[in-house]
Unconditional design. Structure first.
Ligand code: WTA
Length: 676
């Protein structure tokens, strides 16, 4: 064992191992209408037919110029898909639907306040609004293909409008989750070298109108300190024509979009034909080091993959009303609120607020009123709704045919509540396992073909071929039921192209560990490391245990422990910080933060709060530690390494094991007494 194995603790290590459950089967009614019912799909996407099988996904799109090479591996492991092709994502999500579906609702925007009107935007109206805003981005903000624009926008109809306007020009959008701090936004502006920031003045969260404009001021100021000038801040208004923020506009830098937009009414901009491999967007995510990494997604491959998986796994038909309750600020929202559903000409629901505002019946009222028949959310939301309103779904007259769970493992008990109460026993469930990096789903049942098994993501998708390695790089036998590191043997079109501006880190983080030959140009030599531990059961189904690295999945949101630790270290009194994952009933995991102070400082509730606030200010409220434990000393190895494993055992009320070899074994009991 290495020192890291002894000191370190990962989510996968604290995972609970569930019993194998029985299968659940889709209804005949579901199967009769499903997009994909042919079991031969698995064979068609077998490794023998790779990569040509993915032509079927590419053919779901309209190409300006058809591609000539399906997969180019010459720059391994930066794979290029559909080379030679030219395409525009905005055209594929909007323009191509106009002939037949001009008057169909593309977006239902549901404000958090129930007394506010739901906005129904037709494909025609979406086309008009995207065109006008595209003209503004080009002629007023000076953006052109290849430039990056940072978006820091809340859930609103204007967010996909902004994304699709960027895509129309070939501008690479980088949306930062609205709940992230100004500091987090600044880091992403600097890394992507954006000189335009697009934001909104305010939005509702739990019934309060939050001032969001202030984050833009912080972001621009901090980015400037780090050498990146933002010369235009474009501000959408929550209530067009009326300011909802006390934060003043900076003259010459900040502009209200709806005022500037007047000059662009009636303007139309032809979609810019982009090479298939041109980046469509960046999505920053947490990794093993402190700095978030910008996952760079392509235009052609990504759009083909999310369109295909939306069709076959989400079973979206043009007549469906589809609601994914994720935030567009995360990859789930990009792929399965915006690009996938709109590419298939569905009606997609965007809800501004929290699921339990003003009460636990809200999601089911929205579903009932809009006729939602496909629903998509995360275990953390399911657990919360089950806790506060277990009998609410039955009170409303909605009917789902299909439901998704995503983002973290779901407990079989919670799965069954979702199935029985939310789905009313009528809806199939897909448990989709994937990542920011992968663009779209990796493992899930195919809803009309493979039966469901609670607590299990299911088999890999057609065209995805996983392998589980042990620590020494040996392949575990298929279906052996032992835990190991799950990797994907082959590339697929939705996979990210690289880490923005850091190819070396891309190769190191995702491919170095199990690469068979670093000089090889064959994809067979480059298994992709997902960073998750998994077991495969005899039936081929995968169960994901959690991260094997320094990432904690809090309410389905990825946070780097190093990011939280470095935020705590900004507080001058703090000498050392250690974050460990703690199991939590609703959130799945939570970060527990242990702190040792510099000499001369004493613990106090005020100081605990100051440290907790520092984490929220640096990253955002989602990173707020469960508790800040100020300890006299950290448990350490004789070589001075913090024993996070011991701290995690204490936080999770588990046996700490043998601690006699520590440099300071006595501290363990002291910390235990404190945390109890
Ligand atoms: C976890 C979210 C179990 C996993 C789409 C992965 C899951 C990380 C599941 C990626 C699932 C996601 N079952 N675990 N169905 N889906 N995960 O990048 O640990 O925010 O590595 O992408 O979430 O989180 P990310």
């Amino acid at each position: 064992m290495t020192e890291k194995d002894i000191t370190h603790v990962s989510e996968a290590q604290i995972a609970v191992h569930w019993q194998e459950e029985d299968y659940f089967y889709p209804s005949m009614q579901f199967i009769a209408q499903a997009n994909m019912t042919d079991p031969a799909i698995y064979e068609k996407f077998s490794l023998d037919n790779f990569p040509n099988c993915y032509k079927a996904y590419a053919d779901l799109l309209e190409w300006d110029e058809y591609w000539h090479t399906i997969l180019d591996t010459s720059d391994a492991p930066c794979w290029k898909w559909f080379v030679g092709g030219r395409i525009n994502a905005s055209h594929n999500c909007i323009d191509r639907h106009l002939a037949k579906n001009r008057n169909k609702t593309a977006i239902h925007f549901v404000p958090e306040l129930e007394e506010e009107k739901v906005e129904h935007i037709t494909y025609q109206e979406l086309w008009v609004r995207v065109n006008e805003f595209t003209a503004l981005l080009r002629d007023f903000a000076g953006l052109k293909a290849g430039d990056r624009a940072t978006l820091h926008m809340p859930m609103s109809a204007e967010l996909p409008i902004t994304m699709l306007a960027c895509a129309r020009l070939g501008v690479i959008h980088s949306e930062v989750f609205g709940g992230f701090s100004g500091r987090a936004c600044a880091d992403r502006i600097v890394d992507s070298k954006s000189n335009v920031l697009i934001t909104m003045d305010a939005y509702y969260r739990s019934g309060t109108l939050l001032d969001h404009k202030k984050n833009a001021d912080i972001a621009v100021e901090l980015a400037a300190k780090d050498g990146q000038t933002v010369n235009k801040v474009l501000v959408w208004q929550r209530y067009p024509g009326k300011s909802s923020t006390p934060t003043p506009m900076v003259k010459g830098r900040d502009f209200f979009i709806n005022e500037e937009l007047k000059r662009f009414y009636g303007k139309r901009v032809k979609p810019v034909s982009m090479p298939a491999e041109a980046p469509l967007f960046l999505m920053y995510t947490s990794g093993t080091t402190g700095k978030p990494k910008g996952c760079q997604h392509s235009t052609g491959g990504y759009l083909a993959y999310v369109t295909g998986t939306s069709k076959f796994v989400q079973d979206i038909h043009p007549e469906d009303v589809y609601w994914c309750m994720a935030d567009i600020g995360w990859i789930t929202g990009h792929s399965y609120i915006v690009y996938g559903p709109l590419s298939l000409c569905a009606s997609t629901v965007i809800y501004e607020g929290v699921p339990n505002y003003p009460d636990a019946g809200r999601p089911w009222r929205i579903a009932q009123d809009l006729g939602v028949n496909i629903f998509h959310t995360a275990p953390t939301a399911i657990r919360a709704l089950r806790k506060i309103g277990p009998d609410e779904p039955a009170k409303y007259n909605y009917h789902f045919k299909h439901m998704t769970t995503v983002g973290e493992p779901i407990e079989p008990e919670v799965w069954k509540w979702y199935y029985k109460e939310v789905g009313k026993g009528e809806a199939i469930i897909v448990d989709t396992w994937w990542q920011t990096e992968t663009g779209g789903f990796l493992c899930s049942t195919l809803p009309a073909i493979t039966p469901m098994k609670p607590g299990s993501a299911g088999p890999s998708l057609p065209g995805i071929h996983p392998v589980i390695y042990d620590e020494d790089g040996n392949e575990l036998p298929a279906g052996c039921g032992r835990a190991g590191n799950i990797c994907i043997r082959n590339p697929w079109p939705g996979g990210f192209q690289t880490i923005w501006g850091d190819r070396n880190r891309f190769v190191q983080n995702y491919y170095a560990r199990y690469c068979k030959d670093p000089k090889s140009k064959r994809w067979q030599d480059w298994p992709y490391l997902t960073g998750d531990a998994a077991v495969q059961a005899k039936d081929g189904y995968y169960r994901i245990l959690g991260r094997i690295d320094d990432v904690i999945n809090v309410s389905g949101h990825r946070l780097g422990t190093k990011e939280i630790e470095s935020a705590a270290l900004i507080v001058p009194e703090v000498a050392e910080a250690a974050v460990v994952p703690v199991a939590h009933e609703i959130k799945g995991k939570e970060p527990d933060l242990y702190i040792a102070l510099k000499p001369g400082f004493d613990a106090s509730p005020e100081l605990e709060k100051k440290i907790s606030d520092a984490v929220c200010n640096e990253i955002g409220k989602i990173a707020k530690p469960r508790r800040v434990w100020i300890v006299k000393d950290m448990p350490k190895t004789r070589s001075g390494k913090i024993m996070r494993r011991v701290l995690a055992a204490i936080s999770n009320k588990k046996d700490v094991g043998d601690v006699t070899t520590l440099a300071n074994p006595n501290i363990v009991d002291e910390i235990k007494a404190m945390v109890k």
